[in-house]
Design a protein around this ligand. Structure first.
Ligand code: SF4
Ligand code: SF4
Length: 649
């Protein structure tokens, strides 16, 4: 196959962790790869689709994706399921029982966690799922390992009759590093012999056969399979000790560091002279290796992101080590945090330490600084975080933090502005439209999990605690993902609220992926069946449905007002494509503000369009006059908002 798109040079290739996983799965003979987009995992499947001979596609949600992977495995095919950390919650029902059934064709579950919640609603550590489900866990620490581990994960899956969890984090998924294709570091990995008791397709016969004791999890068979899963853990622990995937690197025997994933890279950079136990196969833990390491090294700390997963597991061996006393249990680790932790633990002396760039600003940082009134006086959200900052590197680039905002011309702007004016409770959901919750729109009251909005609206309606009718907003992709069932439940149970489906014809937040409403699948050239949202809503039996264009602000406002004054379950579908996907909208028909007439009332500013900025001009009453910059897409929403008629094109 032509792999020129990889740009391999002298058996080396530079790939991100996500690309490396895709390449490894191709080399591991994956036949089927499915998932639901979610940062930081979204790039794996599009990259894998460049390789020929593999079925690669988005599924409607993570649970369905894993179900497809399981079916393919029953049919002796190797399958990959990709998800972000919270997506594994959605797929956890089949996942937990898949641990009991085991596999035929290998199944690799790639979970990409998001410490610091760069683009997530929570910060869970999915390594805990490995223990919960009794399945093996691989943790790569760079692209080389992403490539290699995702390749051998299929072998491990089939050899031990288990799904394999491969866990990355944002830094591993999105960082680029060199893969040496002829790297012999892993050539010494020792794999066990295939067990004779296991089903085998080694004879070459991969025709489907029935095996209800393995795949029908009624209690009588599930009880047997649970015992098998527990026995399997013992064999996996042996593999963890002896395979060579977990490695001891002896250095200064006074200082030992047990670590995994990206934390290994930080620790190695800061204290290369220490002794390391690098865990790559981090569940089940290699108990014998840990005991050996701890018997030879005097002082030991565990460095890991998020939960004290390794630290707690080691404590079950009767070895008490410190980790979370020195390193935070939340957020991403950084070189600075690892350095600080090593100083606190007495491993390092402060004055001898290498300087790293200041850590990235966080929203928490932003809010703290704002509360200290250390911000700019205009509306631009600029905060001078540097005033009291002890920057460790003089030439570090300090970027002023800004709250994220909907794009210029985003079709959701008018809906949130109207909801704000109507002052109703709004149950929200997950997508880029969640930004409607932030200033200046402030038009969303909850955002907890994918597909929650309609269920939460029903619950709030049942609580009878609101004098006003409840609204709920959800994007088109989220509606397909997990919103449909709660709308059915609401209709079935005669709940009364206004459900708003923000249809921008894409999965915008994660990069514009396809979904059943777009009529395309992951491979853009192939036209899939297009599923019509309105027909689904009609099919549920809801009769009051409004199909509107949200660029028409006045019509949007009036429709919302009418729907929210009607004592029924009704649905508003707002239809306008996203301004970024599938193609970025070119600025067109741009608007301008008549600065001579403008009275500086701030109404147009309050819609939060990034194209509307403050100019140097002030009105007679000393009010700043806004201006529209060249990023305006010409959506016309602000024109309708300026009741004085000072915005025109
Ligand atoms: S809404 Fe109209 S009058 Fe008010 S600040 Fe904007 S342009 Fe000026
Ligand atoms: S027309 Fe107004 S609201 Fe729309 S993109 Fe331009 S400035 Fe923003």
């Amino acid at each position: 196959m032509d792999l020129s798109f990889l740009k391999i040079f002298n058996d080396k290739v530079l790939l991100t962790g996500n690309e490396a996983i895709a390449f490894g799965c191709y080399k591991g003979n994956a036949s089927i790869a499915v998932g639901y987009p979610g940062t930081p995992s979204s790039e794996i499947l599009p990259f894998l689709s460049k390789f020929k001979g593999i079925y690669v596609n988005w599924s409607i949600n993570e649970k369905t994706a894993l179900e497809i992977a399981i079916g393919a495995s029953i049919g002796w095919k190797r399958s990959l399921f990709t998800t972000k950390h919270v997506g594994l919650n959605v797929a956890s029902d089949p996942f937990m029982t898949l641990s009991l059934t085991g596999v035929r064709g290998g199944i690799v579950i790639l979970t990409a966690d998001d410490p610091n919640m760069h683009s997530s609603q929570n910060e869970q550590d999915n390594r805990c799922y490995a223990k919960f489900a009794k399945v093996p866990l691989l943790e790569p620490s760079d692209s080389q390992e992403c490539y290699y581990f995702s390749k051998i994960a299929f072998d491990i899956s089939e050899l031990f009759d288990t799904p394999v969890l491969v866990r990355t984090t944002t830094r591993i998924s999105h960082s680029r590093s060199i893969i040496y294709l002829n790297n012999d570091t892993y050539s010494s990995i020792i794999f066990p012999k295939r067990q004779e008791t296991m089903e085998s397709a080694e004879s070459g016969n991969t025709k489907y056969t029935k095996n209800i004791e393995k795949f029908v999890m009624v209690p009588v068979y599930a009880r047997k399979r649970h015992k098998i899963a527990i026995e399997r853990l013992k064999k996996l622990r042996e593999f963890s000790n002896t395979s060579g995937l977990n490695k001891i690197e002896y250095g200064n025997l006074n200082y030992g560091i047990i670590t995994s994933g990206v934390s290994y890279q930080y620790a190695k950079e800061i204290m290369p002279e220490a002794s390391f136990l690098k865990l790559s196969f981090s569940y089940p833990l290699p108990d014998a290796l840990i005991k050996e390491f701890c018997s030879k090294v005097k002082n030991i700390v565990v460095i890991e992101e998020l939960e004290p997963f390794i630290e707690n597991e080691i404590s079950t061996l009767g070895i008490i080590l410190k980790g979370k006393d020195f390193f935070p249990q939340f957020g991403e680790l950084t070189p600075n945090l690892v350095k600080e932790g090593l100083i606190k633990s007495g491993f390092l002396k402060e004055q001898t330490q290498k300087k790293f760039a200041p850590d990235r600003r966080t929203l928490e940082n932003f809010n703290n600084k704002n509360n200290n009134n250390n911000n700019c006086n205009c509306n631009c959200n600029y905060t001078d975080v540097n005033k009291n900052e002890d920057s460790v590197i003089n030439n570090a680039i300090d970027i002023p933090p800004r709250l994220p905002a909907l794009c210029s011309g985003c079709p959701h702007t008018s809906v949130f502005y109207a909801l704000k004016k109507l002052r109703v409770p709004v149950m929200g959901d997950i997508g880029c439209y969640t930004l409607g919750a932030l200033p200046p729109l402030n038009a969303m009251d909850s955002c907890i999990s994918m597909g929650l909005a309609f269920g939460a609206a029903q619950g709030l309606y049942l609580s009878k605690s609101s004098d006003k009718k409840v609204a709920a907003v959800m994007g088109d992709s989220t509606f397909f993902h997990s919103g449909i069932t709660s709308l059915i439940d609401a209709k079935y149970n005669d709940a009364i609220f206004t459900a708003i489906i923000l249809n921008n014809s894409t999965t915008a937040m994660t990069g514009g992926q396809e979904h059943p409403g777009t009529g395309k699948n992951l491979n853009d050239a192939v036209i899939a069946n297009k599923i019509d949202i309105k027909k689904i809503v009609e099919g549920i039996g809801i009769t009051e449905i409004y199909d509107i264009d949200s660029y028409n602000y006045n019509y949007t406002y009036n429709t919302l007002k009418h729907a929210l004054n009607t004592n029924t379950l009704n649905v508003i579908i707002t239809n306008r494509p996203c301004v970024l996907y599938p193609k970025k909208l070119a600025p067109d028909n741009q608007f301008k503000i008549d600065s001579a007439g403008c009275i500086g009332c701030d109404l147009c500013i309050s819609i939060g369009c990034p194209s509307i900025v403050l100019s140097d001009k002030i009105t007679d009453r000393n009010k700043p006059v806004p201006a529209i910059d060249s990023s305006c897409t010409g959506c016309s929403i602000c024109r309708d908002i300026c009741v004085f008629g000072f915005i025109h094109n």
